[in-house]
Design a protein around this ligand. Structure first.
Ligand code: C5P
Length: 305
């Protein structure tokens, strides 16, 4: 017999989009996507502990402002717990603590990582043994990029982003990550895409060139084909992002890119050393500059008691 697991810590990664093709909005308001998700080693840790009541707490690094988090009760972790418990017809109990290291409202799917990690952690402490298929379906209800946070690695996303197919990626890609002090709303960036591109094709542009470049393991080849259809709308709303990308590229980064809907910007570099030197130069003007590599694993257990 397995001993009862009373506490579990699950780690889930931030994502960037190596390719983000966006089509004209569907009748339900969501945009059809062809995207290549890439999990990078910037992770939130979610610990679920058995308890009679229910509570969620957040531990933030000093560079994340508590005011940027959703108010109590609206957190995606609460929604994850409610959906998982409802799927099994049980009540929501336990204490969940989230140690955040992924920028909030940054276009790196930090909330989605927390939701994915909470699903995996609660599944374990509640001893539910939910199938992967059901976990992915619950994740898709929580947000378009929550399924990817479960899968991790590098993966093609279609539909509204929730249909995820892993791809082979034997490269190790080094990134400088520059979060912004001010968040940018994802719906606002998609709305601005619609305003700027009222004649967008229904079908998003495909990712064949990106997938071919990944297979070469050559960062110069990858740099040439990184693509984000939300970059122009994000920069139009926040011109400072364009200036940041120009600056990073002038400092030697192979390519700068808005991450997802922004405002975090990422810079592809040749190697770990190269990333550290670009990061050190960007630190002259930016309070927070991080270095991360990918691909890394999706939501996975790191500790249990
Ligand atoms: O699915 P998620 O909750 O992450 O989406 C947040 C918002 O981003 C949506 O309400 C929608 O405004 C926008 N969105 C979109 N098309 C997508 C994904 C997100 O328009 N494929």
């Amino acid at each position: 017999m397995n001993p009862v697991t009373s506490a579990v810590t699950v780690r889930a990664p931030a994502k960037i989009n190596l390719h983000l093709g966006v089509g004209a909005p569907r009748p339900d308001g969501f945009h059809p996507l062809t995207t290549v998700y890439h999990a990078v080693g910037l992770c939130d840790d979610v610990t679920a502990t058995l308890a009679d009541g229910w509570g969620v707490s957040m531990a933030l690094p000093d560079w994340i402002d508590a005011d940027d988090l959703p108010a109590d009760g609206e957190n995606i972790v609460d929604r994850a717990a409610t959906l998982l418990a409802a799927h099994h017809g049980i009540g929501v109990t336990g204490l969940v603590s989230v140690v955040k290291a992924i920028p909030v409202a940054g276009g790196m799917a930090g909330g989605s990582a927390d939701a994915a990690a909470a699903l995996v952690a609660l599944d374990r402490v509640w001893d539910l043994r939910t199938s992967d298929e059901d976990l992915l379906a619950i994740a898709a209800q929580l947000g378009s990029d929550v399924p990817f946070a479960l899968v991790g690695g590098t993966a093609v996303g279609t539909g509204r982003g929730e249909l995820v197919e892993p791809v082979v990626d034997h490269g190790t890609w080094w990134w400088v990550v520059v979060p912004s002090e001010e968040g940018l709303s994802t719906p606002a960036v998609y709305r601005h895409f619609d305003e700027m591109f009222p004649d967008a094709a229904p079908e998003p542009c495909g990712a064949d060139a990106l997938l071919a470049a990944l297979a070469t393991r050559d960062p110069h080849r990858l740099a040439d084909v990184l693509h984000n259809d939300l970059q122009l709308p994000a920069i139009d709303l926040r011109p400072d992002l364009g200036e940041l990308i120009d600056r990073g590229q002038s400092l030697g980064a192979l390519r700068g890119l808005v991450s997802g809907s922004g405002p975090t910007c990422v810079f592809l570099c040749e190697s770990a050393d190269h990333a550290r030197s670009v990061a050190a130069a960007l630190e002259q003007d930016h309070a927070l500059v991080l270095v991360a590599n990918g691909p890394v694993a999706g939501a996975h257990l790191v500790e249990y008691a």
